[in-house]
Design a protein around this ligand. Structure first.
Ligand SMILES: [Zn+2]
Length: 61
């Protein structure tokens, strides 16, 4: 998976939708839809959390 296009540097704190912990400002994070959720709104994730969620969502195929 290519994360570069959806990866950003946080300019302020976000809450990770994967683990619920804080994404600190200055940290790289992913802004994307929840991979396996019905939520249309985009959410912030740690890069690792997003990768893990996306991988588990793809495991069902
Ligand atoms: Zn996280």
């Amino acid at each position: 998976m290519i994360l570069n296009s959806i990866q950003h540097t946080a300019r302020h704190q976000h809450q990770c939708a994967g683990c619920g912990l804080t994404v600190h400002s200055g940290e790289r994070y992913v802004r994307a839809q929840v991979p396996d959720g019905g939520r249309a709104a985009k959410a912030a994730f740690h890069s690792n959390c997003y990768t893990r969620l996306a991988a588990s969502a793809n495991n069902t195929k």
